[in-house]
Design a protein around this ligand. Structure first.
Ligand code: SAM
Length: 265
């Protein structure tokens, strides 16, 4: 999606308010706090950080040792506008990347909604490289688009080539020393609505009512009351049902083994 400047602009404008991003950022923060409590002297890498919404959110909460990487010059420029430490890098070449700071390893590596741009072979390499960058006992937190049934013009607009189920990711983990600690699909409650919207988008594409060359993504801010309602619904779902078996996103927290000799952390 590197050439889709309009999508980065939309992301930059809405990611601090749109319910979906707010829920995702909250989930990442909760995973970090569950592992590290109130410690915020953590080194955090956001691989494929987009326009920097998560990194700004974490900075506002006292996490100052953050680093972002993204392959898009536009995304990186938006991050720099926010004063974030972000470099332009194609994650296919992550193995050759040296952070400016002395150590290569991070307490937390986040990689949200990026796996869909990689085929299995590339993704296997990306996951091992991300895992190598996680300190022993540290976390890889990753959110990804889930279930093919949710495919719609949004996928076309953001250039996403695939959707995942948990097993697609877990079968690439052996050898990475990462183990699943938490996983859930989300949002179960909003699934029927999202499904209906995506099917409607597909119908429009088939009928030529929406151009396949210029498809619309779902990244836009609905009216305030609706945004607040969706946020409240999904927050309630999270609290009442911490794990749900279905939804358009898959959130996973993977922990790296504490040391070389132990097989399980
Ligand atoms: C859907 S956006 C997600 C952005 C951000 N992680 C978030 O949660 O808002 C996908 C991001 O991955 C980046 N990306 C895709 N393929 C990449 C690659 N090979 N190397 C680096 N970044 C890549 C895109 O530029 C884009 O910013």
């Amino acid at each position: 999606m590197f050439d889709k400047k309009a999508e980065y602009e939309k992301m930059f404008r809405v990611e601090q308010q749109l319910w979906w991003y707010r829920i995702l950022h909250g989930r990442v923060l909760a995973a970090i706090q569950k592992r590290y409590g109130t410690r915020n002297d953590l080194r955090i890498l956001d691989a494929g950080c987009g326009t920097g919404g998560l990194l700004s959110y974490l900075r506002e909460r006292g996490y100052t040792q953050t680093q972002g990487l993204d392959g898009s010059a536009d995304a990186v420029a938006f991050c720099h506008e926010r004063g974030l430490r972000v470099e332009q890098l194609n994650l296919l070449y992550l193995d050759g990347w040296q952070p400016e700071t002395s150590t290569e390893a991070f307490d937390v590596v986040v990689c949200d909604d990026v796996f869909c741009y990689f085929n299995d072979e590339q993704l296997g390499k990306l996951i091992s490289e991300l895992a190598r960058r996680v300190k022993p006992g540290g976390l890889l937190v990753t959110n990804n688009n889930a279930f093919d049934v949710f495919r719609g013009s949004h996928d076309l607009a953001v250039g996403s080539t695939r959707r995942f189920v948990q097993a697609d990711i877990e079968r690439l983990l052996p050898g990475s020393r990462l183990h699943t600690r938490y996983t859930t699909y989300w949002s179960l409650l909003l699934s029927p609505l999202i499904l209906a919207v995506r099917q409607w988008q597909n119908w429009q594409l088939r009928r030529g009512w929406q151009s396949a060359e210029q498809p619309h993504s779902d990244v836009y801010l609905p009216p305030n009351w609706l945004n607040t309602l969706f946020y409240a619904l999904v927050r309630t779902e999270e609290t009442v049902l911490p794990r749900t078996p279905f939804g358009s996103s898959l959130f996973m927290v993977l922990k790296k083994e504490e040391n070389e000799s132990r097989q399980k952390a």
